[in-house]
Design a protein around this ligand. Structure first.
Ligand code: CDP
Length: 222
C-alpha cells in the first residue's frame, strides 16, 4: 500500500499549490486530477464537440494528451467551466478512474507515496487515504487569487466575472449527483482565507504530518 494524501476543495482554494508543496516535502509523486477534467474539456472543445454530450465527452476523456497538463490553454475559465460540465458525466469519471487509482497504487518513480488534489479524492478515488485535507476560502478571496493568476497568464477579466464563475462552478460541483464535492467525514478542514501560501503550507503540513510520518515509520518497520 502506498501512502496517499488526498487534497480536495473548492475552486481556486489553493489546493493545487498545497498539494505540490506537500509532494515536494515528502518526496511523493503529485497528480492534479483537475487537469484530467480540464484536458478532457479541451479535447472536446478542440474537436468542436459538446461538453455536455456523453459520447463527445467520453471520447475527449479517452484522447487526452497528458503532456499538455502544463499548457496554459487548460487554465482559462472557459475550459474550467467546460471541465465542470464533462466532470458531471458519470461515464467520463469512470473513464478517468483507473488512471487515478493506478497512480495512487503505484506512484511514478517508485515513490513511497502520492499527493492528489481534486474534488472527490478522499471520498471516491481513495477513501482509505492516509491523510485528507479539505481546502476552502471565502469566495471573494479565491476570486482575487484566480483573477491575479489569470492576469499573470495575460488573461484580463473583470474580478466580478471571475467571482461569478467560481460560485457557479462550486454550486455545480457540490450539487451534481455523481462524486459531488464535499468534505469527507475524516478530512481536516483548512481555511486559507487569512493565510498566505507559506502559512497555508505550514498549516497543511501540521495537519497531515503525524499521519504521514506514522505511515512512513510503519513501512520502515516493514
Ligand atoms: O483549479 P480549480 O480549483 O479552479 O479547478 P480544477 O481543480 O482544475 O478542476 C476543474 C473542474 O474539474 C472542477 O470544477 C470540477 O468540476 C472538475 N473536477 C472534478 O470533478 N473532480 C476532480 N477530482 C477534479 C476536478
Amino acid at each position: 500500500m502506498s501512502i496517499v494524501i488526498a487534497v480536495d476543495g473548492t475552486a481556486a482554494s489553493g489546493k493545487g499549490t498545497l498539494a505540490k508543496r506537500l509532494a515536494q516535502h515528502f518526496g511523493f509523486a503529485h497528480l492534479d486530477s483537475g487537469a484530467l477534467y480540464r484536458l478532457t474539456a479541451l479535447a472536446v472543445l478542440e474537436a468542436k464537440g459538446d461538453t455536455q454530450n456523453e459520447a463527445d465527452a467520453v471520447r475527449g476523456a479517452q484522447t487526452i494528451d497528458f503532456n499538455r497538463a502544463g499548457d496554459p490553454a487548460i487554465r482559462t475559465d472557459i475550459v474550467g467551466k467546460a471541465a465542470s460540465h464533462v466532470a458531471a458525466i458519470p461515464a467520463v469519471r469512470q473513464a478517468l478512474l483507473d488512471f487515478q487509482q493506478d497512480f495512487l497504487a503505484r506512484p511514478p518513480g517508485g515513490s513511497p507515496g502520492a499527493v492528489m488534489d481534486g474534488r472527490d479524492i478522499g471520498t471516491v478515488i481513495c477513501p482509505g487515504a492516509t491523510a485528507k485535507l479539505y481546502v476552502d476560502a471565502a469566495p471573494e478571496i479565491r476570486a482575487r487569487r484566480r483573477w491575479n493568476e489569470l492576469k499573470s497568464m495575460g488573461i484580463r477579466r473583470a474580478e466580478q466575472d471571475v467571482l461569478n464563475e467560481i460560485n457557479a462552478r462550486d454550486a455545480a460541483d457540490k450539487s451534481r449527483p455523481v462524486s459531488p464535492l464535499k468534505q469527507a467525514l475524516d478530512a481536516d478542514l483548512l481555511d486559507t482565507s487569512d493565510l498566505g501560501i507559506d502559512a497555508a503550507f505550514a498549516a497543511a503540513l501540521a495537519l497531515v504530518f503525524p499521519k504521514v510520518d506514522g505511515a512512513l515509520k510503519d513501512r520502515h518497520r516493514g
